[in-house]
Design a protein around this ligand. Sequence first.
Ligand code: DON
Length: 558
Amino acid sequence: MFLVKRPALLLCLFLLSGGLSTASANPPGHALATAHPAATEAGLEILNAGGNAFDAAIAVSAVLGIVEPYSSGIGGGGFFLLHDSAQNHTTMLDARERAPLAAHRDLYLDADGNVDRDRALNGPLAAGIPGIAAAWGHLAEHYAQLPLARSLKSAIHHARDGVPLNPKLQRAMAARAETFLRYPGSSVFVLDSPNPPPDTRVIQDGLASTMALLAEKGAQAFYRGPLAETLVAEVRDAGGIWSLEDLEQYRVVEREPITIHWRDAEIVTAALPSATGVILAQVFNMLGEDWLDENRGDVRIHRLIEALRRAYLERAEHLGDPDHVDVPVEQLISADYARELMADFDPERATSSQNLYTAEPEAGNTTHFSILDRDGNWVSATLSINGLFGSGFIAPGTGILLNNEMDDFSAKPGSPNLYGLVGSEANAIAPGKRMLSSMAPTAVHRANTLALLGTPGGSRITTMVMQGILQFLQGADAKSLVSSPRLHHQALPDKVFIEPDTVVDQERLEAKGHVFEVAEPWGNMQVVVWDTHEARLDAASDPRGLGSAKIEMLNIND
Ligand code: DON
């Protein structure tokens, strides 16, 4: 039988992770993969200047916020999975946004009790209280070696110098133009012409000044003082509900990650308020340890889809911010519970997810990076402003583009969000509560090899990470992990989404009752792999995105 480790079993956790972890020898160099070459370069530059993986994580996340402004930034939040090699300690830094204190359960309901999707997605009312600046402060104080100002330097340079317009950035700006035009502060992302000259650069002077302020005064300058006062005044002026108290009260939290044992692997991934760790633990339990030994692909995929269906329905019913709702995590991820969930599994027939609705997930954006340094410290981080360009609202005088992460709450039971996810009371809006997420920075230890992985993709993050883990356990290298075709099922809508290149025995699966839909490719996975036995590094960036991976071997004399 396989073992799912529970957060409470701390001693056991320490001993087991000590046994499988990579503490024995140092890597032969450093390696990183990010969603943009400028961020990869910035991280590498920091590592080469003597910074550790945590310094590099600050530099990379700061640059990503400038060069991929549609994906993440200081107006957003995220989760950093951190491994401190000297302490042999792994933790999840939760920098997830919180609901403003003036928020309430029915914040986005109109007079008829329907969800007003515009208010939930666009403008400052859609924005949770950001966590990224607090994460930088925490990393700089507790983990990093270099001053914050040093790690932010590259990002400030890119913001001032401008980001060369690329087709992805241009398309994203065009897609959000209508919202940008509502808010004068957002004009930096409005193009003068639909056919801009090829040398066009997107300059973010306001944001450069804000980051320079944080570099000089420290990350807490985001949460109190003149910048915080401007943010609150501008948010309120444009219809938002933030207060100074919201910013002053914001804290990052270090949480025990979810650790799963399956076959010979140890999987360390995101805990609540990300749903993914719980879902993955449930799915691995429901698959059973012999799942990979089954020869027939359709039999394997049928069981996988049925496990995903059940776990996503569990997500909708039980999962929410653990600081606000009592989620029985230990019970939910137990083997007994998985047996109950699979009691009605029929090897010949698809189960129905019932109350089928037609909402299709829409495109959002988010970013992931993986970094391993020469001392064996590592960071796997997934950061977000939620939808493409978040709320589309830049607070005037700050350059800060705010997230629309409030849409990750369940605005009304059963009403789908941007990713087609539904929820219940557990993920209802409440003052100061963190909205449920799918983001899942992950580390997998198997034999003598460690893989760091993660991706954007809203509700599809969970299934991409799941497939990445399964491929790694079957010996796939970094390039295969990021490039393999994908499959997704999230219970509702009751469909199996596949990429055009995904190979499945569709006919046999349709005969069991599964409904397939071929969708545009999705995800943007960033992977680093370290084989401690062979002292080999491997890294790759998803070909679906613009990113890059770099490995730098250390000179023996360094
Ligand atoms: O936290 C979450 O689950 C979402 N806000 C992530 C959004 C996302 O990954 C969009 N990317 N395509």
